[in-house]
Write a protein that binds this ligand. Sequence first.
Ligand code: HEC
Length: 118
Amino acid sequence: MKKVLISATLLLVSLEIMAGPKNVANGKFLFEDWGCKSCHAIGSQYNQDATKGPDLKGIFQRRNADWIKKFTKDPQAMIDSGDKDAVEMHKKYGTVMKKFKMADNEWNDIFEFLKSQK
Ligand code: HEC
């Protein structure tokens, strides 16, 4: 019985660590719930007003994962730091994406969702 419990716990722990369909689904929910969809299209989904923010389809193919993490955590700080890509985008769109008070695990789920949108 103890063994079964231990393996069940281990399984749960590894499921938590591994990103799975559950994370992607939650990421989609968060993307909509936090209002990302009001400024970003993903291909033919969501807001098609391309003046608000870039289309995020294939974002993880276009950009480095560390860059995406850093940028989304604090867009204004990234622009202020003089990062070439952030400054270029900022010139193009005129608005600055706001800083979201979101937990790291929520960001991770959003990233899993965006990774799935190739
Ligand atoms: C008020 C509009 C707005 C909202 C809401 C918004 N963004 Fe943005 N986002 C932008 C703009 C504008 C840019 C371009 C950079 C800049 O000027 O800040 C951007 C850039 C990005 C980028 C980089 C895109 C690229 O091509 O490199 C990512 C990734 C991103 N946003 C993700 C998100 C996520 C995830 C959310 C929701 C948690 C979100 N955004 C909410 C306006 C918005």
